[in-house]
Write a new protein. Structure first.
Length: 168
């Protein structure tokens, strides 16, 4: 069960502190690590997920990035590839790295590692986490910001800034 997964808690400088169950990270809003993957199609649209109602963070919201919590003992890049395969069924792509960023509010504190890839092909959605997928432009995502998880909006803005894209 996801709430029993072990997660690395980090400090304000992204240095490891201790390992705790995921449910404790959520309950106590502990700073942790996560991956964010911007999936772009050939036309420049972004694959946007609708999160299921059973998610422990922002259930039912739109998510501008694929990804998730980095497990204890896991590095960012392997976590990103794992999440991409689990959530979307996407494998065999090259992930481009765009650095890390910190984002936090009253519900979540996270050091995110941002990646991107180009993809055109079939999706195999993880039914427990992803209700549906649609494609949107960055401008559409930012215009509908209130419908999105706030951390994924931070990820999209970071991607725009790092990749020189308009909108961020």
């Amino acid at each position: 069960m996801a709430s029993d997964e072990l997660v690395q808690v980090v400090d304000a400088h992204n240095r490891p502190l201790r390992i705790v169950p995921r449910w404790q990270v959520r309950r106590d809003n502990l700073p942790h690590r996560a991956t964010y993957i911007v999936i772009e199609d050939a036309a420049g649209s972004i694959y946007v997920q609708r999160r299921t109602q059973s998610k422990d963070y922002c259930p039912g919201k739109l998510d501008a990035c694929c990804g998730g919590v980095v497990l204890a003992g896991e590095a960012y890049l392997p976590s990103a590839y794992r999440e991409l395969a689990e959530e979307m069924g996407i494998e065999g792509v090259v992930l481009n790295e765009h650095g890390t960023f910190f984002w936090g509010d009253d519900d979540c504190q996270v050091w995110g590692a941002l990646f991107s890839c180009r993809y055109e092909g079939p999706l195999r959605l993880q039914a427990e986490e992803v209700e549906s997928v649609e494609r949107m432009t960055v401008v559409e995502i930012l215009a509908r910001g209130a419908e999105f998880t706030p951390d994924s909006l931070a990820g999209i803005r970071h991607w725009c800034h790092r990749s020189g894209r308009a909108g961020g």
